[in-house]
Structures are given as structure tokens and as C-alpha cells.
Design a protein around this ligand. Structure first.
Ligand code: NAD
Length: 489
């Protein structure tokens, strides 16, 4: 089916091994650095979702019977294809998202890492076995796939986040449907061209473009066993509640407000470089971006000067230019929202010591905002409590590392936190008491490798089993305990 007015650059659904147009009207996809219209993404209706689920159910019936060794072979091919097309994929990603080429390449390498880990599915699927568990009895735990799973993903890592789920879901024997962000559908399109080439059987891996209605159709469809979600906290909560009400497994990763604590013992230049790097990378549109840095009072002024110098070194521009370090924000609406937070910070009494509000690329009609650094932020200010998702960093004096930990523990969110210190006792206190799913000492971004799970706490995560590695394999499988009794002879 071809919808009227569609062009070759408009993304299609990938269902049953075929490219088909989604059947509901959608929205334009624009380059956030230039305003150029790149494509129109149409949205999948409830009947598109139903057709994909029917196909996936039939594909699952065959796929899960295939040996795990067979099921990982398309993943080995996908890894090679992703590596061979990395620069091409990175360029598509930068054009629709805005981040820099280096950031896009880094994100794709993180995605490939997940494909590599999922290639170890023969080991990941191993259950437990107890020989002679009771007189004449042996017991074995067997991990079995469940059927059709879906993942709903955000705009900010369109190349990586689908790969937190897809390789594990299919290698463990399930069929999988991806609903990527409608703001960045072209990276998913390119990814699925490679998936098509990798040679999965038809229907095992499918792509449905769409927005809110498509998500609701997924959450309500009886044929879907479980849903993985990554996005903002209000939507994560909605997905968690609706999917659970409809009897599905669900893991829902939400938004974040990440804190950094700087001890007076830290290497301050290094801490400033890493803190600012993490706050401003991808224009702050990362769930692991640093938002608030709590600095011990005795080194507050010295650290602040270093932060300002780091921020002044940034180059705002089109992510395709190699010298750019900060690209545009995803949309004009989001740029406006972030600018409003900057105004709120000023009104609430924080001092804007680096003002990026005029740092636009004169040659481009993009959604640019330069680095905005606030000093004298207090823990009750809106800019210290709400997720901004822009290149905005608040610096706050605290009496001690322990007081900094108290500040981060007051947050509703719990995705990530970092401590810079030269003292083991402070590192240990931080490890024991800081409430976040990902903690880093002397590193700016607490991003775990793919062989560890990834997920937050508090309002940053709804569910129990997280993305990546063994956790997500458990999410995609059910464990049957198999008991055999043979009288001893
Ligand atoms: P979003 O919540 O707006 O959208 C995420 C997905 O949900 C998209 O596919 C979108 O189509 C769908 N969606 C949006 N509104 C919906 C609604 N009302 N009902 C049903 N579905 C809906 O998030 P975003 O703006 O694309 O991404 C940014 C957010 O994602 C930030 O809050 C960021 O912190 C978060 N994020 C979290 C993690 C993590 O691991 N915790 C990782 C990346 C991004």
C-alpha cells in the first residue's frame, strides 16, 4: 500500500520482511541544525499494529524452535553490517537529531556492543541445574522465550537504544517489534535496511513508525507479551501502568536529573572537564547528562572558574562540522522549553555566569542554544529539581561530600550520579548511600558497558528488570523449573 504524496525518503514500516507505508497521517521530520525538511513519517494505526503482531506471532512459532546457535547467526552478520555502514548511519543520525558526528559514532559503537553481548546468548540462556536435589530427584531451570515483544524508544539515542533490546529479544527466541521516536525515524529506517540484509526470517524483527496512538495500540494488544520503554517519566509511568493493566511484562525507563559531587580532594581541572563534557554532550539531551554539580565550599570559586573556562571552549554549530562540540536541540518547541528553564533560573535567583542564549549559528535556521552555566543554585530551585534536557548546568556549594549526597538523594530521579574525589572513604560512602542506578567515581558519565544492565531508580525507572545483558534476557524469558524423579537403583 502506498499513501498518496509519499516520497522515496519517507520511512516505511518493515513488516513480514516487506516495506509498507504506515496507514495514518504523521508529521514532518526536519534537520534541527538547518530547519530543512528531510521526510514525512506516517504513523501506524491500530490495524497496522495488529497485522504486525499477527505476523510476529506466526514467525515466533517457527523461530523459537530453531537452535540458539542458529538464532545468533543473523546477529553476527548485523554486527559486521553495522560496522561497515557506521559512518553512513552516523550521518543520517546527525541530520535528523543534531548531535555531533563523534557523538553519533560513539552511540552506534555502544549499540554494536549490545549486539556482541547478545551473540553470547548460548551462555546467557543457561539456567541452573541441581543433580540429586532430593532422593532420586534432579532439578533444572530452563529459560524459555515467551512470544512477541515490543520496544518504544526516545529520540535522543535512535541508533543505540533499540539495540539495548532487539538483539536480546530475538536471540533468546522471541519476535520483536520496534516503535522508534517519530522525531528520529530515519535512523531506525537505516538500521532496519541492515537488519533486512542480515537475514532474519520474515516477521521475526519488525518496525512500526508512529506516535501516541501507535503506542496505545501496542499497549492494548493481547498478542504482545511485554513492552520495553525508554522516554520521559510521565510517559514511562503511563506505559508501565497501562501495559501492566493489560497483563504484560513491562520495563519502563524514565527521565533523569543527574548530580555530580566534587570533593575538595579532587583533581579540579579533570573534574571540571569531565563534568562540563557530560553536561553539554548531545546538547544535554542525554539521560546521563550532568545537571547539577555540588562542590565543596572550600574549592567552590576555583572549580567554578574552571567550569566557565571549559564552557567557553565549546563550539556551537551543525553536528556535521567536525569542530562543532554542541549541536542544536531536537526541535524549536524543545528549544523554547529549555530557554524558559533558563529564564526561570534567573528569576529564582541563580546567577547565569555563562549565557548561551545568543550563541546561535548565524548561517543556520536551527534550534541552537549555547552552554548556560548557573552559579549559586540551591536545591529548591526549579532548575535544580526538574529535568531540563538541554545544555544547562547548575553549580551549587555544599559543606561536604555527605551534604552533596543528601542533595542528590532528595531528587525524585535516580538515574546516575558521579563523585570526583581522591579519598577512598568518600568513594565508599558514595557507593553505599547515593541513590541512583548508575554511579561513577572520577568519571563524568556513569554509562555501563553492555555486559552490565542499564537502568535507573526512583522516578527514573518503573519495573524491576533493566535493559541490556542478563537483566533483559530475564525480561524476555520465563524460567520453568523441570523436576525429574527416578528411583535410585
Ligand atoms: P518521550 O517520552 O516524549 O517519547 C518516548 C517515546 O514515547 C516515543 O517513542 C514517543 O512516540 C512515545 N510517546 C510520547 N508521548 C507519548 C504518550 N503521551 N503516550 C504514549 N506514547 C508516547 O521522550 P523523548 O522526548 O523522545 O526522549 C527524552 C526523554 O527520554 C528524557 O526524559 C530522557 O531522560 C529520557 N531517556 C531516558 C533514558 C533512560 O535510560 N532512563 C534514556 C534515554 C532517554
Amino acid at each position: 500500500m502506498t499513501r498518496a504524496g509519499r516520497t522515496i525518503s519517507d520511512p516505511d514500516n518493515y513488516v513480514d520482511g516487506e516495506w509498507t507505508a504506515p496507514s495514518a497521517d504523521g508529521q514532518d521530520v526536519s534537520n534541527p541544525a538547518t530547519g530543512e525538511r528531510l521526510a514525512t513519517v506516517d504513523f501506524s494505526s491500530a490495524s497496522d499494529v495488529d497485522a504486525a503482531v499477527q505476523t510476529a506471532t506466526a514467525a515466533f512459532d517457527q523461530w523459537h524452535r530453531r537452535p540458539v546457535e542458529d538464532r545468533i547467526q543473523p546477529l553476527f552478520r548485523l554486527k559486521r553490517l553495522l560496522e561497515a555502514h557506521l559512518d553512513e548511519l552516523a550521518t543520517v543520525l546527525v541530520r535528523e537529531h543534531g548531535k555531533t558526528l563523534a557523538e553519533a559514532r560513539g552511540e552506534l559503537r555502544r549499540g554494536i556492543e549490545n549486539v556482541e553481548v547478545a551473540c553470547g546468548m548460548p551462555s546467557l540462556l543457561q539456567g541452573g541445574h541441581v543433580e540429586h536435589a532430593a532422593p532420586g530427584i534432579d532439578e533444572t531451570a530452563v529459560r524459555k522465550p515467551l512470544g512477541v515483544f515490543a520496544a518504544i524508544t526516545p529520540f535522543n539515542f535512535p541508533g543505540m537504544i533499540p539495540l539495548w533490546f532487539l538483539p536480546y529479544a530475538v536471540a533468546s527466541g522471541n519476535a520483536f517489534i520496534l516503535k522508534p521516536s517519530e522525531q528520529t525515524p530515519l535512523t531506525a529506517q537505516k538500521l532496519f535496511e541492515l537488519i533486512d540484509e542480515a537475514g532474519f526470517p520474515d516477521g521475526v524483527v519488525q518496525l512500526l513508525h508512529g506516535s501516541v496512538d501507535t503506542v496505545d495500540a501496542i499497549l492494548e494488544h493481547d498478542g504482545i507479551e511485554g513492552v520495553s520503554f525508554v522516554g520521559s517519566t510521565p510517559v514511562a509511568r503511563h506505559v508501565y501502568e497501562t501495559a501492566a493493566t493489560n497483563g504484560k511484562r513491562v520495563q519502563a525507563q524514565g527521565g533523569a536529573k543527574n548530580h555530580v559531587i566534587v570533593s575538595a580532594t579532587a583533581d579540579l581541572s579533570y573534574a571540571a572537564e569531565k563534568t562540563v563534557g557530560s553536561a553539554l554532550a548531545c546538547s544535554g539531551e542525554r539521560c546521563l547528562a550532568n545537571d547539577v554539580v555540588c562542590v565543596e565550599a572550600s574549592v567552590y570559586e576555583e572549580f567554578l572558574d574552571l567550569v566557565v573556562a571549559e564552557a567557553d571552549r565549546q563550539v556551537v554549530g551543525n553536528g556535521l562540522d567536525e569542530e562543532t562540540t554542541i549541536g542544536p536541540l531536537i526541535s524549536a518547541a524543545h528549544e523554547q522549553r529549555v530557554r524558559e528553564y533558563v529564564e526561570t533560573g534567573i528569576q529564582d535567583g541563580a546567577e547565569l555566569v555563562v549565557d548561551g542564549r545568543d550563541a546561535t549559528d548565524a548561517a543556520a535556521d536551527g534550534n541552537f542554544l549555547g552552554p548556560c552555566i548557573f552559579r549559586d543554585v540551591t536545591s529548591d530551585m526549579t532548575i535544580a529539581t526538574e529535568e531540563i534536557f538541554g545544555p544547562v548546568l547548575g553549580v551549587m556549594p555544599v559543606e561536604s561530600v555527605e551534604a552533596g549526597i543528601d542533595v542528590l538523594n532528595e531528587s525524585d530521579y535516580g538515574n546516575a550520579a558521579s563523585l570526583f574525589t581522591d579519598r577512598g572513604s568518600e568513594a565508599r560512602l558514595f557507593r553505599r548511600t547515593a541513590q541512583a542506578g548508575n554511579l561513577a567515581v572520577n568519571a563524568g558519565t556513569a554509562a555501563p558497558m553492555a555486559f552490565f544492565h542499564f537502568g535507573g531508580q526512583k522516578d527514573s525507572f518503573f519495573g524491576d528488570l533493566h535493559a541490556q545483558a542478563d537483566d533483559v534476557v530475564r525480561f524476555y524469558t520465563d524460567e520453568t523449573v523441570y523436576i525429574e524423579r527416578w528411583p535410585e537403583t
